[in-house]
Design a protein around this ligand. Structure first.
Ligand code: ATP
Length: 300
């Protein structure tokens, strides 16, 4: 029987390595993008409706487009078109992932809506068909579907799963306002005219495999950090506040402006989150863990 409502939970991500190559003729950049899913989630619920409709709740809901530009709506439309049906569905997003924060929130919603609509409509798409649609929707969407940890090459959409040998503890400091990902890439191009071809760092992959937080802290890199700081210099104060509070490493998350702090354990993460909140250098600080599973159906 076709289910009447399907709810999917989908995680945010942090990039433990984001190496960016030169701009390609199509405007995208080749990446060596080591994704790690973190346990901050959006929840996407789909229900049959007369027409495609989006609603959103959560602290950043006002910044989420409710028209067909919403990536979750595009995911539903694309899946429906592939199966010759109309996307008659109400998609509700309960948003906990910061918007425009470099944590792939929109990508998460797209992967969540895709999996939820597939279950609602009984379209029975295979994992590789879902991944194809994800890649069409955006470079980060395939990873939101699979979660865990993975190396993304090409523009980040060609995934190789990675082993993770333990739980890592993180704090994410949410900034006021977002940063536009295309603007951060343009600033990267301006600052880095001779970017080398990107490659995954073996020491970082080892640190993930062994679950060694200190080794991971020593190998975290983000080529978008310098351009994000150039566009938003005040992020340096947030990074310094987290480091002073005992984080093993501090970095901009993806294209920012969220900043990420790797901590030794849950207790350290709690202290770093409290210090960041008290520092006044961010809007909110959230302690969480990784890895987290990818898009997961909760109910149907
Ligand atoms: P990434 O880390 O993949 O670069 P991000 O986390 O920085 O992305 P998103 O939260 O995905 O950024 O939002 C970027 C922009 O996409 C928003 O400003 C918004 O206009 C648009 N958008 C479209 N769909 C969504 C969605 N479901 N949730 C949030 N933003 C969305």
């Amino acid at each position: 029987m076709t289910p009447r409502t399907v709810t999917v939970r989908v995680p945010a991500k942090v990039n433990t390595q984001l190496s960016v190559g030169p701009a390609r003729p199509d405007g995208f950049h080749d990446l060596a993008n080591v994704f790690l899913a973190v346990a901050l989630h959006d929840t996407v619920t789909v229900t049959p409706a007369d027409d495609l409709r989006i609603t959103c709740t959560g602290p950043d809901a006002a910044q989420v487009p409710l028209d067909r530009t919403n990536l979750a709506a595009r995911a539903a439309e694309l899946l429906a078109a592939r199966h010759g049906i109309e996307p008659r569905v109400h998609i509700h997003i309960d948003k906990d992932i910061p918007v425009a924060g470099g944590m792939a929130g929109g990508s998460a919603d797209a992967a969540g809506a895709l999996l939820a609509c597939d279950a609602l409509w009984g379209t029975g798409a295979s994992q590789s068909q879902l991944l194809d649609i994800c890649a069409e929707l955006g470079s980060d969407v395939p990873f939101s579907l699979v979660g865990g940890a993975a190396l993304g090459t090409g523009r980040g959409e060609r995934l190789t799963p990675l082993e993770v040998g333990g739980t890592f503890h993180w704090v994410f400091a949410v900034a006021d306002g977002g940063l536009s990902t295309p603007a951060v890439y343009r600033e990267f191009d301006r600052l880095t005219p001779d970017a080398p071809e990107p490659a995954a760092a073996p020491a970082l992959l080892d640190a993930l495999r062994t679950g060694d937080a200190k080794a991971l802290a020593a190998t975290l890199t983000n080529d978008l950090q310098a351009p994000a700081l150039s566009l938003r210099p005040s992020l340096a104060e947030t990074l310094a506040a987290g480091t002073a509070a005992g984080a093993l490493a501090a970095l901009v998350s993806g294209s920012g402006p969220t900043t990420a702090f790797l901590c030794a354990d849950a207790e350290a993460a709690h202290q770093v989150a409290a210090a960041l909140t008290a520092s006044g250098t961010c809007r909110a600080a959230r302690a969480t863990t990784s890895p987290a599973p990818g898009a997961t159906v909760l109910t149907d």
